[in-house]
Design a protein. Structure first.
Length: 171
C-alpha cells in the first residue's frame, strides 16, 4: 500500500518533502523502527485515545515510549482512555490496523505530541501499512504539529519513573 492516500494528499498539499523507508513486515511502531534500522526515539507512534463522550485525541510519542495517561489527562483536563484498534477502521479507512500515521489532521482528529520528538533532527512515522515509514525533517514535522497541543506525557518503556530496567527485572 505504501503511503495512506489521505496522508500522501495532506503532505503534498502542504508541500512537505518526505522519503519512504521500506522495512520487513512489522506489528508495531517499535518493530518498524528496529526493522528499518532507525532510532525508536525518532519514530513517532500514534496512540488513539478518547474521552467518555467519544471525542478522540491522537497522542504522538516516540515509539519506545508509553503514554503516562494520568499526566496527559491532567495536561488536557480530560479523562481519556485507549481506543481499541478494531474501533479505528472507520476513521482510518486507508490504513492497516496498527499502522496509523502520526498525524491527525488528514483524519480530522485532534492531536497532541510529546515534546521529546522536537529534540530530534528528523522524524519517522508509520505510512499507513506495516512495511513503510515516512521520513521527514524536524522542521516539516514541527510545521505539521504547529497548531496542536504538546507537552511531556510519555516515558521510555525501559525507564519507568526514573528507575532503569535491567533485563526483565526491575532494579
Amino acid at each position: 500500500m505504501a503511503v495512506a492516500i489521505r496522508v500522501s494528499d495532506y503532505l503534498k498539499t502542504l508541500g512537505v518533502q518526505y522519503q519512504l523507508v521500506s522495512h520487513p513486515h512489522s506489528q508495531s511502531a517499535m518493530q518498524s523502527a528496529i526493522s528499518a534500522g532507525v532510532p525508536a526515539r525518532q519514530t513517532a507512534k500514534a496512540v488513539m485515545l478518547e474521552d467518555h463522550e467519544g471525542r478522540r485525541v491522537m497522542a504522538v510519542v516516540p515509539a519506545a515510549n508509553r503514554v503516562i495517561l494520568h499526566k496527559l489527562n491532567q495536561q488536557l483536563g480530560r479523562e481519556l482512555h485507549i481506543v481499541p484498534e478494531t474501533k479505528l477502521k472507520d476513521t482510518f479507512d486507508d490504513c492497516e490496523l496498527g499502522a496509523l500515521p502520526a498525524v491527525g489532521d488528514p483524519y480530522q482528529v485532534q492531536a497532541v505530541y510529546d515534546d521529546q520528538l522536537s529534540d530530534e533532527a528528523e522524524i519517522f512515522m508509520e505510512a499507513g501499512d506495516h512495511e513503510n515509514l515516512i521520513r521527514i525533517p524536524k522542521e516539516a514535522f514541527m510545521a505539521l504539529v504547529a497548531n496542536h497541543q504538546h507537552g511531556r506525557f510519555s516515558v521510555n518503556r525501559a525507564v519507568d519513573y526514573g528507575q532503569p530496567r535491567r533485563g526483565w527485572d526491575w532494579q
